[in-house]
Ligand binder design. Structure first.
Ligand code: ZN
Length: 189
């Protein structure tokens, strides 16, 4: 069961079994990785409570509103401005620091001009040197100012979780700025 967060103007909230107006729903842009949202919010807090505990409690006992789509379960209000605004902004900050803390080691990347083989060197170890390409033998200049840029050395799943944390943080802030309640729903499956 995947958790979904979205927001919309409160006057558009209707009870089940109708559906909420899909064209008025604002939702975070999330990576298409199963479980990324649930892992992204694990460990986050809201109003001195674990966010997941509050979510479980609301989904079990909260007032139910219509589902955001046909494959979604009924939704509940997770946070409502203005009362929950400061708390949700703190959660957004926390999600972003969690992303930064788990970002892990970053590497500088170069490409062999002759054969295209990529070379990644952890930023902390990068020195301006020339090497011979392991594939074609041509010299490759690993000059820091001429790298193709930085990339993360962490695994793709954790990377998706951090993309989800940042997307949720931006979404929480934007929803509060619009004055819209943030709702949660779980996909039926
Ligand atoms: Zn090469």
């Amino acid at each position: 069961m995947a958790t979904r967060f979205f927001s919309l103007p409160s006057h558009l909230l209707v009870p089940p079994p109708r559906l909420l107006p899909a064209d008025r729903i604002f939702a975070p842009e999330l990576p298409a990785v199963v479980g990324a949202v649930d892992r992204a919010i694990t460990g986050a807090e809201f109003r001195d409570q674990r966010l997941l505990d509050r979510l479980e409690h609301l989904l079990a006992d909260g007032t139910r509103y219509a589902a955001p789509s046909a494959d979604g379960g009924p939704s509940v209000i997770f946070a409502q401005p203005p009362d929950d605004l400061p708390a949700l902004l703190r959660t957004a900050d926390q999600l972003e620091s969690m992303a930064v803390d788990t970002e892990g080691e970053r590497a500088l990347v170069w490409k062999c001009d002759s054969c295209g083989t990529r070379y990644a060197v952890p930023v902390a170890l990068a020195r301006d040197v020339a090497i011979h390409c392991e594939r074609c033998g041509n010299p490759v200049q690993l000059i820091r100012t001429r790298s193709l840029g930085e990339q993360s050395l962490m695994d793709p799943h954790l990377s998706a979780v951090n993309v989800a944390r940042r997307a949720l943080a931006a979404f929480f802030r934007e929803s509060m700025a619009r004055g819209w309640p943030v709702l949660a729903s779980r996909n039926r499956s």
